[in-house]
Design a protein around this ligand. Sequence first.
Ligand SMILES: NC(=O)c1ccc[n+]([C@@H]2O[C@H](COP(=O)([O-])OP(=O)(O)OC[C@H]3O[C@@H](n4cnc5c(N)ncnc54)[C@H](O)[C@@H]3O)[C@@H](O)[C@H]2O)c1
Length: 143
Amino acid sequence: MKTILLTGAAGFIGSNTASALLDRGDVVIGVDNLNDYYDPARKQSNLEEVRAGAPDPSNFVFYESDIRDEAAMEAIFAEHEPESIIHLAAMAGVRASMDDPRLYFDVKPFHGDAANHNTRRRIETAPPKSSRAKACWNSSAVR
Ligand SMILES: NC(=O)c1ccc[n+]([C@@H]2O[C@H](COP(=O)([O-])OP(=O)(O)OC[C@H]3O[C@@H](n4cnc5c(N)ncnc54)[C@H](O)[C@@H]3O)[C@@H](O)[C@H]2O)c1
């Protein structure tokens, strides 16, 4: 059993990832700001499906929070000390990048500068108390 921080947990890929991890017995700490890039009701519904399908719903902890909120992320890391991070929070798709390029760059992992700094730093330095720390992120964001 591992404790895994999952950003973008209410999204399409994030929610399916959460379910897969819970099925295999991991503890999932989900973070998502439930923004309105598409209908937030869809994201709430994704979260309900994750909870309903979880063998042990108490293994799913969800924070409605923005990954750019450094204080909030710091508190989450301190509280849960995740062994692994799966970074899927993003403004997915080309429309977001056309309408608001700054936002797109801020949220996409490893593209933002000051914004997204905390998650990025944590991934780069690895969570404390773990020699098996792993991180992965969505493929479309790698450069
Ligand atoms: N869906 C696909 O077929 C596909 C294919 C290849 C790569 N990807 C990549 O995988 C990633 C996830 O895609 P998806 O389809 O699940 O998108 P999605 O929009 O359904 O999920 C992304 C989630 O991130 C959240 N989010 C955005 N900004 C945030 C912030 N600042 N703080 C916290 N949460 C935030 C959103 O609310 C959303 O729930 C994207 O980077 C996408 O480009 C998706």
